[in-house]
Design a protein around this ligand. Structure first.
Ligand SMILES: [Zn+2]
Length: 124
């Protein structure tokens, strides 16, 4: 038997809109068993979908209000443009783009991506 795990979105609306996808998957592959992993506030919607065989409620996605505040309270007191600049300052990799020479290269998985021209860095 084929099994697939649905990692549900953090929002009820997105979860409800995903149901036609689940129906389509089962229509194409009738032997497929769909299980779901969902935040506790989304799980009741999935539990009522006949397409979902098993449910596990996990706090895989947390609402912004649950996220821990910034570790440095001084950063919280900065005006928004300065907070953005501080966040971006730690995002840049400290290398220059091989295509355009910009130093605005951010980490994207194991590689870097130039925010100016979009060229991938250090993966090929
Ligand atoms: Zn570039």
């Amino acid at each position: 038997m084929l099994r697939a795990l649905i990692v549900a979105p953090a929002w009820i609306g997105d979860t409800v809109m995903a149901q036609p996808l689940f129906m389509r998957l089962l229509e194409k592959t009738p032997s497929l068993q769909l299980d779901a992993l969902a935040p506790r506030w989304v799980a009741p919607a999935l539990q009522r979908m006949p397409e979902i065989a098993q449910m596990e409620k996990k706090a895989v996605n947390r609402p912004v209000s649950d996220l821990s505040p910034n570790e440095d309270p001084a950063i919280e007191r900065l005006p928004k443009p300065d907070r953005v600049k501080t966040a971006l300052g730690t995002a840049y990799m400290g290398i220059t783009c091989s295509n355009c020479g910009s130093d605005k290269v951010i980490r994207a998985g194991a590689c870097g991506v130039c925010t100016q021209c979009g060229t991938s860095q250090g993966c090929s």
